[in-house]
Design a protein around this ligand. Structure first.
Ligand code: ADP
Length: 645
């Protein structure tokens, strides 16, 4: 077999092996170590919602809702794989609610489980994790204390979520439990999205204890629907730009860039952003000062903003969109205005987030209104054709989603997919519980600790032939100055300047060979100098990339969508990949030792190609902050996640 044939065989082998994982996002628990039963608890101020998952079964074994606890109108809804019932019951307090839940789960006539301790793990929805939790957390005394510290940020939710945690600790003291936060998914938003432009020291000055900033909510579901959309589109979530509209009684919208929430409409509290059932969303803070000065108390304002605004406030009728739409159809002017305002605000946010993301691949509608109201979806998308959104009237009206299924409602042939996806926070909480407690197969460990050479890349340009001719003149060629480790790549003698809106960088390296399209790679520091916002991307992934002017000795090129901040990555040949036991597009953690410290670099993307030589690429900022140079050593410490098809 020739070298070329051998390389082709190895490449084909990767492609096949990548299809081995049927559920890369593990939404159907395909990585569970064994049959595992996970109870998901969502404990509110007067309600207890629970779902029992079995990892060998795609449908929950049982779901229940005990509502209006502590009132004379309490009831218990139970849905099993066999039946669905709603009964009026007396539930004066939470201990009774938990004992009713236990009785229902172990009721032999329904047949979910025979004994309560068959449950292997418990996952809890916790609304606010402040900036203390970036991920789901296994519950310990310390975690409970930190959730308690976040109570001032979510006084209407966290105390009850914690009561649920304590109750389950008493009922199943020996089982692992995990807190899954509504805020965690948004914890990687950039500062420009999460900071409010008020005095930096406001928190310290007034001893308010917590950082005053945007936290965002509904993160569990925004994350879930983005993973569902990626699986549906048969693409990795890491290469998609998604806008998710969670439109329930509470509503929020989220811009998701390559799997990370980069902005969301709810703020420090769930009051900001969209028009909701009883919350009005964005409002001039001056209105509140005006009301305070006019004699309204803080409690009145709290009540006004949380309970008496939004659809209910606008109509004086109801917070239920179904009733608003029916009234509007019957000619009620206020209901018409409310529906119109709801759609207008959402449309504004969609266009704003398209700008944040620099374009979109998918727009998702989820939760009560998003899943059920074709009228609202249609009105929201109307007039957004200038950003490439076109809805199919027929598909929109036909769409009926069930959990775990997706309806596509975009017009045939359009680039941006419009998807309706049923919310399923419970499934996501069960998945998080499985992962946090490591009740799943761990990733294989790398087969070798072989060292990887490091390349620290400064600001540089890859040119296409046409742009090269404009910048340096017809008939010129690139002169080799310095051969790089990648056999086809060298740094040229020729240099260029980059001119951004705020500044210029001179003597920028040109890296050969020519590429199909011109691409500029800069670090965060250089972004600031130039005055551009370059997204963190892999080479070649230029949709929505920043723009810049490239200045050469013979001419100037205005580059649109070509500037990125390169995501750290590792090049290797198929032979290297085989020796490590990893595949093209896997994500790995790298352990590196610099002159003065050892670091772990997570989220290193693996690129396998027969033409590559083993090499870790970091930009100057990353290398400097990690204390690494090209003399430092690195090795693959762990495989973080496997590649998607
Ligand atoms: P929550 O935020 O309370 O979880 P849901 O996601 O259950 O809310 O959504 C509840 C809201 O969905 C209701 O207030 C109602 O306005 C809306 N809704 C449900 N079905 C429809 C429908 N067919 N048309 C319009 N709105 C609907």
């Amino acid at each position: 077999m020739t070298q070329k044939e051998q390389n082709e065989t190895l490449t084909a082998q990767y492609k096949t092996s990548r299809q081995e994982n049927p559920d890369p996002y593990d939404l159907n628990f395909s990585s569970a170590l064994k049959q595992t039963k996970i109870l998901v608890i969502n404990c509110g101020s007067s309600s207890l919602k629970y779902s029992l998952f079995d990892t060998s079964n795609p449908v929950p074994l049982m779901e229940g809702l005990i509502e209006k606890i502590g009132t004379s109108a309490s009831y218990h809804k139970i849905k099993s794989q066999k039946s669905e019932v709603k009964k009026e019951v007396e539930v004066p307090d939470f201990p009774k609610a938990f004992s009713d839940m236990e009785a229902a789960l172990t009721d032999t006539s329904i047949g979910a489980i025979a004994a309560f301790n068959e449950i292997d793990a418990v996952g809890h929805r916790v609304v606010h994790g402040g900036d203390k939790f970036k991920n789901s957390a296994v519950i310990t005394d310390d975690v409970i204390e930190k959730i308690r510290q976040c109570i001032p940020l979510a006084p209407l939710h966290n105390p009850y979520n914690l009561a649920g945690v304590e109750a389950m600790r008493n009922l199943l003291p020996d089982k692992g439990a995990v807190a899954v936060f509504d805020t965690a998914f948004h914890q990687n938003m950039p500062e420009r999205a999460f900071l409010y432009a008020i005095a930096r020291d406001i928190g310290e000055k007034y001893h308010v204890g917590e950082n005053i900033r945007r936290y965002g909510f509904h993160g569990t579901n925004h994350n879930y629907v983005s993973l569902m959309a990626a699986a549906y589109l048969k693409r990795s979530v890491r290469e998609l730009r998604i806008i998710s509209c969670h439109l329930g009684n509470g509503a929020s919208i989220c811009a998701i860039d390559h799997g990370t929430s980069v902005d969301t409409s709810m703020g420090m509290t769930p009051l900001e952003g969209l028009v909701m059932g009883t919350r009005g969303g964005d409002i001039d803070p001056g209105v509140l000062i005006y009301l305070l000065n006019s004699g309204l108390g803080v409690k009145d304002i709290d009540n006004l903003l949380n309970k008496e605004s939004g659809l209910k406030g606008l109509t004086g009728l109801s917070n239920d969109m179904r009733e608003i739409l029916a009234a509007a159809d019957a000619g009620d002017a206020r209901a018409k205005t409310a529906a119109s305002l709801f759609c207008y605000r959402l449309r504004k946010y969609i266009a704003a987030y398209a700008a944040v993301l620099g374009g979109i691949d998918a727009l998702i509608f989820t939760a009560g209104i998003g899943e059920n109201s074709a009228a609202i979806r249609g009105r929201v998308c109307h007039g957004l054709d200038h950003i490439g959104l076109a809805i199919s009237k027929e598909a929109n009206e036909r769409a009926k989603v069930q959990r775990g299924h997706i309806e596509e409602i975009s017009a045939v042939g359009t680039q941006i997919k419009i998807l309706v996806i049923a919310a399923d926070e419970e499934r996501m909480i069960a998945r998080e519980t499985l992962h946090a407690l490591a009740l799943r197969q761990t990733m294989p460990t790398p087969k070798t600790t072989r060292q990887i050479p490091i390349l620290v890349t400064g600001c540089h340009v890859h040119l296409c032939e046409a742009d090269f001719a404009v910048l340096f003149g017809e008939g010129k060629t690139l002169t080799k100055k310095h051969q790089q480790r990648q056999p086809q790549s060298f740094i040229a003698e020729e240099t260029l300047s980059l001119a951004g809106p705020l500044g210029t960088i001179e003597n920028v390296s040109v890296v050969a060979p020519f590429k199909r399209v011109t691409q500029v790679e800069i670090s965060r520091t250089e972004e600031f100098k130039l005055g551009v916002d370059a997204p963190l991307r892999l080479s070649g992934d230029l949709d929505g990339a920043a723009s810049i002017t490239i200045v050469g000795p013979a001419g100037t090129v205005k580059l649109n969508n070509g500037v990125i901040c390169a995501r750290r990555h590792c090049h290797m040949s198929p032979q290297d990949a085989l020796s490590y036991g990893i595949r093209d597009h896997d994500v790995v953690s790298v352990a590196a030792s610099g002159s003065n410290k050892d670091v772990i670099l997570r989220d290193v993307f693996v690129r396998v190609d027969p033409n590559y030589t083993l090499e870790l690429h970091l930009d100057t900022d990353e290398a400097a902050s990690a204390g690494l140079t090209e003399e430092s050593t690195a090795r693959i410490a762990a495989i973080q996640s496997r590649a998607f098809i």
